[in-house]
Ligand binder design. Structure first.
Ligand code: ATP
Ligand code: MG
Length: 569
């Protein structure tokens, strides 16, 4: 999986290979020319961007070809599942703009039919109750090249199997003491055919069906049948299910005929650099407080990306660019960030904020005077209009925009040098004051009234332009800066404990950020801004009337575009 593919392959009609298969099936009149897909999450965690790749395919293909897409919760394991996850999953799918209408289903809806089918298979001699331990069963499985061995319970009489299975479900036996297995072929070259387990005993109550059931179906037995019961025609999933497909077809054949039969198609999962995508690992990060919840802005979960400031259109654009193939790949997170930047560049309002402030005093500017400058809300789209920004004698500027002893190519502010204050005046530095620790406390400058933005003469060229915020008007806000959650490019490929690969500096909180007043008045949770010269920032729901909190969504520097340029040279 070291190979990195970025662009998906699409055919001439702009269809990816799954869509092409669907189109062909529809053209051939399969299933009466009907298209029905489904997205089948297990409610044992929050959705991440990999799941988005899956459901964009499921809902997207249905939209494209006039079909329907079901949302089906694969709630077959009461030990790990929870209502909280169900709700979050529905919220996240809606956020990306998809809806299942009245087609909301649960695998648990089919427990009665699945049980009936199991009874039928037992009666037909196609299933048996095995009383061995899971270790014994595993030992007998063999390997892909060595055939397995038959269980000593494989040929027990049908009546005994029936009796035991019904009593398993009544709760007469302990968890782990017996399972129902399909009687297929212990020597099959496909390991999944070696008498797969259909049912196990679980005594934990189910959040929907309570204590009605003591036996729960395994994925391979439940999934294809659920597809069938719902009338699903195309069961689209990820490549790890390729070896399961023959078994999917084996069980489905027990129900289907030529007039209607669901079909499984597999595509490559999304893997991202510097990211883990396993629900088990993400759950561990949350449970062990290594992040601040499922929606921590460093998480690859959809609610995390949302809180970080990523947009549905950027996520869809990214998924569209990487495409769907039959090859495992590792995608660069920079491409996702590039898509986010492109989207926010079109929509985010430009405002001024100083994240590491130092005071600049314009000694020749009258005290007590206030001017107002009109600033473009988005120079990429002038129809977005302008907003007012107050200017006074005392301004906040970035500490990094000043150097007392600058190197040659430093074009920002330094003693005796000129810069433009964005949208206002050209100023010249005349001095500075330090505190007892030698830190710069105040910078002094004189402004040139003839360079007022918008006046004739305002086009005089200087090399640097700085952003600024008026000191008496500034609103003190908090900014949370994020870096990659993991310090290594492919954390899933490393041996050992993945938690040791976490980047210890992935969150930096700045409490002393100065924001222009108009922006502070506008801000409500999830609003996106570009802080001029710094990056894109999004209002966090932790904001209160006392203190606004912003998440840094992404910096302005586009490492992806730069790499692409270099590569094309
Ligand atoms: P697990 O089954 O280990 O709990 P999962 O991530 O596969 O984890 P599911 O709830 O079964 O969780 O996933 C729902 C659907 O999302 C499945 O069809 C699965 O193939 C798809 N999916 C999961 N992870 C990815 C991914 N990284 N890229 C694309 N699709 C994914
Ligand atoms: Mg899964």
């Amino acid at each position: 999986m070291t190979e990195i593919i970025e662009e998906g392959i699409v055919n001439e009609g702009g269809l990816n290979f799954v869509e092409q298969e669907i189109k062909d099936d529809l053209a051939a009149g399969k299933n009466g020319g009907r298209l029905s897909t489904r997205f089948p999450p297990e409610p044992n965690g929050y959705l991440h961007i990999g799941h988005a790749k899956a459901f964009i395919m499921d809902f997207g293909a249905a939209e494209k070809f006039g079909g329907t897409c079901n949302l089906r919760f694969d709630d077959t394991n009461p030990q790990k599942e929870d209502m909280e996850y169900v709700n979050s999953i529905m919220r996240d799918i809606h956020w990306l703009g998809y809806d299942w209408g009245d087609r909301l289903y649960y695998a648990s809806d089919y427990f009665p039919q699945l049980f009936d089918l199991a009874i039928r298979l037992i009666k037909e001699g196609k299933a048996y109750v095995d009383e061995q331990t899971s270790e014994e069963i595993a030992r007998q499985k063999g390997t892909p090249t060595v055939p397995g061995t038959n269980s000593p319970y494989r040929d027990r009489p049908i009546e005994e199997n029936l009796d035991l299975f019904i009593r398993m479900n009544k709760g007469e036996f302990d968890e782990g003491s017996m399972v129902l297995r399909a009687k297929i072929d212990m020597a099959n070259s496909n390991m999944h055919f070696r008498d797969p387990i259909m049912y196990r005993i679980i005594k934990t109550p189910h959040w929907r069906t309570g204590t009605d059931w003591k036996v729960y179906p395994m994925y391979d037995y439940a999934h294809g049948q659920s597809d069938y019961f719902e009338g699903v025609t195309h069961s689209i999933c990820t490549l790890e299910f390729v070896p399961h497909r023959p078994l999917y077809e084996y069980f489905v054949k027990e129900l289907a005929d030529e007039s209607y039969c669901p079909r499984q198609i597999e595509f490559n999962r999304l893997n991202l650099t510097y990211t883990v995508m396993s629900k088990r690992k993400l759950l561990q990060l949350v449970k062990e407080n290594l992040v601040n919840g499922w929606d921590d802005p460093r998480m690859p979960t959809l609610c995390g990306l949302r809180r970080r400031g990523y947009t549905p259109s950027a996520i869809k654009d990214f998924i569209n660019r990487i495409g769907y193939t039959k090859y495992e790949a590792l995608n660069h997170i920079e491409l996702l960030e590039h898509a986010v930047r492109e989207d926010l560049n079109k929509t985010a309002t430009r405002v001024s904020a100083v994240v590491n402030p130092v005071k600049l005093i314009l000694t020749n500017y009258p005290e007590g005077v206030e001017e107002t400058f009109e600033m473009d809300n988005n120079p990429e789209n002038l129809e977005e209009g302008k907003h007012p920004m107050p200017f006074t004698r005392e301004l906040w500027i970035e500490r990094e925009d000043f150097m007392e002893n600058p190197p040659k190519k430093f074009f920002r502010l330094s003693p005796d040098k000129e810069v433009r204050l964005k949208g206002a005046y050209i100023i010249k530095c005349t001095g500075l004051k330090k505190n007892e620790n030698g830190e710069i406390e105040e910078i002094y400058a004189e402004y040139d009234p003839d360079t007022r933005s918008g006046l004739p003469g305002s086009d005089r060229k200087v090399k640097g332009t700085l952003h600024w915020v008026s000191v008496p008007h500034a609103v003190n806000v908090e900014v949370r800066d994020y870096d990659r959650l993991f310090a290594v490019e492919n954390p899933s490929a490393e041996e050992g404990d993945f938690r040791e690969l976490l980047n210890p500096d992935s969150l930096k909180i700045r409490t002393n950020v100065m924001l222009e007043p108009w922006a502070a008045e506008q801000s409500k949770p999830e609003d996106h801004f570009q802080f001029t010269r710094l990056g894109y920032y999004t209002v966090d729901p932790d904001s209160t009337s006392e203190k606004l909190v912003f998440n840094k969504t992404i910096g302005l520097k586009d490492t992806w575009a730069k790499e692409q340029k270099k590569a094309s040279k």
